[in-house]
Design a protein around this ligand. Structure first.
Ligand SMILES: [Zn+2]
Length: 307
């Protein structure tokens, strides 16, 4: 029996996971400014609340993980530079713990229980506060040499002097335009007032159309760069904004066509994740709790592939 935990911006979710099925779902608010000890204690408490003695626990985190298990830094959570979260949790919980970037964990779930049974090579794109990505090539979930594989959000799509600033400290990243802050900014420029993407979707006015256009342009421009290199089988979208995907898709397709090196690269299928909001928890539960040197660069010895 395994437990999956998904550490998100507003809450940390946990469940006992059997295949793609969840039992005993529980959550706690993320105390971002409380420091690593408090957050790690909160996570350990979630495992205890589930009242089971798991064989393993997997945790999806909002940041990247080094090959040795330490995280680089969590851009939105201070104090975690170089912390070995797996080792810290192992001390608190007493069972093996695997830790991985949240988008890579979601890509693992999609590989095992979603579109990964249809497509061999795909990029999973998480649309939310930030833009994340997880890359699956020939059935293998790639984590890369340093744990950053698939991180599409910081592909540069605007190199002009007045490019918008990104949370990563640079300017002109895809996330600066396609992340929540960039979309709210566009809505405000058009004279609208909204505190969330859902409010913009509900408003369904001229400003919201501009927002979907900006999102489609940004995604299409960034994805063209990626697909010109990788020639993938599909792009899978997940996250709250995926609910408005029908409004975004025409703009996305147009931008992709304008930037793709050749027509077939612009015809790549788009899909919405089959796993919905629980992809992170499901993927986390299936993370390996040990990493063999021979697995460097990839996450998982691959199960059978779709034909
Ligand atoms: Zn950036």
């Amino acid at each position: 029996m395994r437990i999956g935990i998904d550490w998100g911006g507003t809450s940390i979710k946990a469940a006992i996971v059997d295949g793609a099925n969840l039992r005993g779902f529980t959550r706690v608010n993320t105390r971002i400014d409380a420091g690593p000890e408090v957050v790690l204690d909160d996570i350990a408490r979630l495992v205890k609340v589930l009242g089971a003695k798991p064989a393993g626990v997997g945790l999806a985190i909002p940041g990247e993980v080094r090959d040795d298990g330490r995280c680089w830094r969590l851009p939105n959570v201070p104090g975690f530079e170089d912390v070995n979260i797996a080792a810290e949790l192992h001390e608190r919980i007493g069972c093996p713990v695997g830790v991985e970037n949240d988008a890579i964990a979601a890509a693992l779930a999609e590989r095992l229980y979603g579109w990964g049974n249809t497509y061999r090579s795909f990029l999973l794109v998480t649309l939310g506060t930030g833009i994340g990505g997880g890359l699956v090539l020939d059935g293998e979930v790639r984590r890369g040499r340093a744990g950053f594989s698939g991180e599409i959000g910081h592909v540069m799509i605007d190199s002009s002097e007045d490019a918008w600033p990104c949370g990563c400290g640079r300017t002109g990243c895809m996330e600066a335009y396609a992340g929540t802050a960039g979309l709210l900014r566009r809505y405000a420029i058009k004279g609208g007032r909204a505190g969330s993407i859902k409010q913009i979707a509900d408003a369904d006015d001229e400003g919201s159309e501009e927002v979907w256009k900006q999102l489609g342009n940004a995604l299409g421009t960034g994805l063209a760069c990626i697909n010109n290199v990788l020639d993938l089988d599909a792009v899978i979208f997940t996250g709250g904004v995926a609910n408005s995907f029908a409004r975004v898709e025409p703009h996305l397709r147009e931008a992709l066509k304008a930037r793709a090196f050749a027509p077939p690269l612009a015809e790549i299928p788009f899909e919405i994740s089959k796993l919905g909001e629980h992809a992170g928890v499901i993927g986390a539960a299936h993370l390996p709790t040990e990493r063999a040197p021979s697995d460097s660069g990839r996450l998982f010895p691959a199960p059978p592939l779709p034909r």
